[in-house]
Design a protein around this ligand. Structure first.
Ligand code: ZN
Length: 222
């Protein structure tokens, strides 16, 4: 159980890391954390590398803002992330997770514009962390309910998704774990792309994938 200040500080810290690592350029990307029916989420029109506590909005589990926020220079009012419905829908689909990060890491985004619908198991760690493959959710206009619903649907069976022609979203039990998942997804994407330069790429054998999935089941309970 965290107090409000701790939650906000943790979100600010993760935001700085996302920005510093180039995972969320400009004013892109959003972070949320859920506790006791409240969703803490970063504000729209905000650079994750230059956030302050006032830029973290508290919503109820339906996405309604439950605390008024102060005025800000860059927005007339500080409003929750334009992707807040996506966070709300993912939390509804996954009652046991408490943290979500959406960002545009360059290698993930490169895979997401490839037109592929699924990326295979080429490394062990992503299989344990995410499952047998990485799905790509079909393109929907950013910030719409259509995007929120279709991304949430994929989260019923995955902890990480690529979003076609857009970016990536991951979920976890806490903010740090969720950030590590995004780092792992970006590393996977980078290796996938570099291996393509060599003209060939080997996928893990099915029986080895099944061994890793058993480990995933034991460790992560999924
Ligand atoms: Zn986005």
């Amino acid at each position: 159980m965290f107090d409000t200040k701790d939650i906000k500080n943790n979100i600010l810290e993760i935001g700085e890391r996302l920005y510093k690592d180039g995972f969320a350029r400009g004013i892109s990307g959003n972070i949320s954390f859920r506790q006791n029916g409240q969703i803490f989420i970063t504000a729209t029109c905000s650079c994750l590398g230059e956030m302050s506590e006032e830029k973290i909005i508290i919503l109820d589990e339906e996405g309604n803002q439950i605390l008024n926020q102060v005025q800000d220079d860059s927005c007339t009012n500080v409003k929750p992330s334009s992707e807040s419905m996506m966070h709300v829908e993912i939390y509804k689909a996954r009652p046991e997770i408490n943290s979500i990060i959406h960002a545009h890491p360059p290698y993930c985004t490169a895979l997401a514009v490839s037109g592929e619908t699924n990326f295979p198991a080429i490394l062990a760690e992503p299989v344990v962390m995410f499952g047998k493959s990485i799905p790509v959710v079909k393109y929907e206009t950013p910030s719409t309910l259509e995007l929120a619903k279709s991304v949430a649907k994929f989260f019923e069976g995955n902890d990480a998704v690529l979003m076609a022609n857009h970016g990536a979203t991951v979920c976890g039990h806490d903010l740090k774990e969720t950030f590590y998942k995004l780092e792992t997804l970006e590393f996977y994407s980078r290796v996938y792309l570099f291996s393509g330069l060599l003209g060939k790429r080997s996928v893990l054998p099915e029986e080895k994938i099944q061994e890793l999935l058993k480990f995933r089941h034991r460790e992560a309970g999924v």
